[in-house]
Design a protein around this ligand. Structure first.
Ligand SMILES: [Zn+2]
Length: 204
């Protein structure tokens, strides 16, 4: 299989895709962590309870995660997942531990979908959109404190709005889903995928 998903995105085969960079950030992220701290941060993130739970569920489903799946890298988004290759955390964009942990949880949701969803095709915009919606929702990428710090907070209904915005950005990075295709895919699968919390009982 070949596919990748970025920190908000999944990608097509053989071109490790990157998640869309946060809309609020320029391509060059200021105040990034030193490389060694980011590498250590990846290790700490693996101890996060949500990351551990996702790992267990992926392994239960018969796929492997640690230790080769997750690595620190220099890349163009915040992170990415490539089917058969694993997860990259773009350390050149990481400013703090919480961001690393978020990226890893987000990408683990893609890895889970890649393992569990039958015949998932990352070049299929609906498949990619569904996994992005789930990854952004279940990873807490849009929990209000984080959004507040990024200046995106609008109290009511902001979480779904944020999930949709981020999912769209990542799907738009998929060369198979340019233009209207990304938006249509996100809208078409929204209800089903936003309300699918697997492997959690409900969104953490
Ligand atoms: Zn993603």
């Amino acid at each position: 299989m070949a596919a990748a998903a970025g920190d908000g995105g999944s990608v097509p085969p053989k071109s490790p895709t990157a998640e869309a960079p946060p809309a609020s950030q320029p391509r060059l992220t200021p105040n990034t962590m030193p490389w060694e701290r980011c590498v250590a941060g990846v290790q700490s993130a693996l101890k996060d309870p949500l990351a551990r739970f996702l790992r267990e569920q992926i392994e239960k489903a018969g796929c492997t995660v640690w230790p080769t799946l997750i690595r620190a890298a220099i890349c163009t988004a915040s992170g990415g997942y490539t089917s058969g290759k694993g997860i990259e955390v773009c350390c050149n964009h990481m400013r703090k531990q919480d961001e690393i942990t978020q990226v890893i949880i987000h990408e683990l949701v893609h890895a889970y979908d890649d393992c569990v969803v039958k015949n998932i095709n990352w070049n299929n915009c609906a498949h990619h959109a569904c996994s992005e919606i789930r990854a952004n929702h279940l990873s807490g990428n849009c929990h209000y404190k984080r959004e507040l710090m990024k200046g995106f907070l609008k109290i009511k209904g902001h979480e779904p709005e944020c999930v949709k915005r981020r999912a769209l950005l990542s799907v738009q990075n998929n060369p198979s889903c340019r233009g209207k295709a990304a938006k249509e895919a996100v809208e078409n699968v929204w209800d089903t995928c936003y309300n699918d919390p697997r492997p959690f009982d409900k969104a953490p």
